[in-house]
Design a binder for this molecule. Sequence first.
Ligand code: SAH
Length: 290
Amino acid sequence: MGYQVSGIKFPHLKYFLKVISNLFFTSSELPPKCDSHHQQPATSHQQPTTSNQQPATSNPIPDPPFLYLYHFMRKYEDSYRHKGLRKKLIDQLRQKGITDERLLEAMNKVPRHYFLDSAFDKVAYEDRAFPIAEGQTISQPYTVAYQTQLLELKLHHKILEIGTGSGYQAIILAEMGAMVFTIERQKKLFEEHRNFILKKQYPNIKYFYGDGYEGLPTYAPFDKVIVTAAAPFIPPKLIDQLKTNGYMVIPVGEGIVQRMIRITKLGDGSIHEEDFDNFSFVPMVSGRNS
Ligand code: SAH
């Protein structure tokens, strides 16, 4: 027998309610999504993370028509427990060699669990990458800290980020007082930021849907460029858009592991390269994905 709601007959109301509740509440019932390129540093001072340590859930952020509802219905709470876990994470980052106090302060302030599905609430402050929508990842906190430290950020620096993803890295840069221009090629990830709870707190971030290989010529030049996906080569247009003496921090390589490279653009337009540790990122892919 069907159900009658406001004069409309719903023969499958139960099914309809289940689909809606799946969208919003029961991420663990969704099928696991394979995410083989977790960001995990392969440096000697890092604990290697094996793939079975990753939760077998994907981030069930719904498609655009439901996104507003999703953010509206989700309860965002930064409890004493979260704050305590965050402080522990900051201590771990210090022990792993992160010394930039302004950066550690920013990471201590920004609630990382807001960027993940609530299913990850208990593990959000472990130093690990986690899946977000579209098979992508939120970077491991150590990776965020490592790349940001290499940028040597100054107040009001104009930064170009390639690979917005969850938006966490962009918000850390903004919290440190930078003006951030961030590009994402996945439409769904880009759309998520429209109603994200922290968006209004950071008017110094501009979000773009586009191909990071192209950069943002209209807003160039940038003091610094940070690429948060693995680039098979150094994108020439991003060098063009960098100021003289500016840095670009970019993981370069086509395999599972890439080298973290810092590029300085010299006065004559040539570049100087410094080579740092091994990391593992999702690939930087050309073109936009709708
Ligand atoms: N900075 C992110 C990490 C995201 S993972 C965070 O803090 O969560 C890398 C992101 O780069 C993914 O979202 C992926 O879709 C995006 N990406 C890959 N290739 C890209 C390209 N050519 N242009 C823009 N974004 C790209």
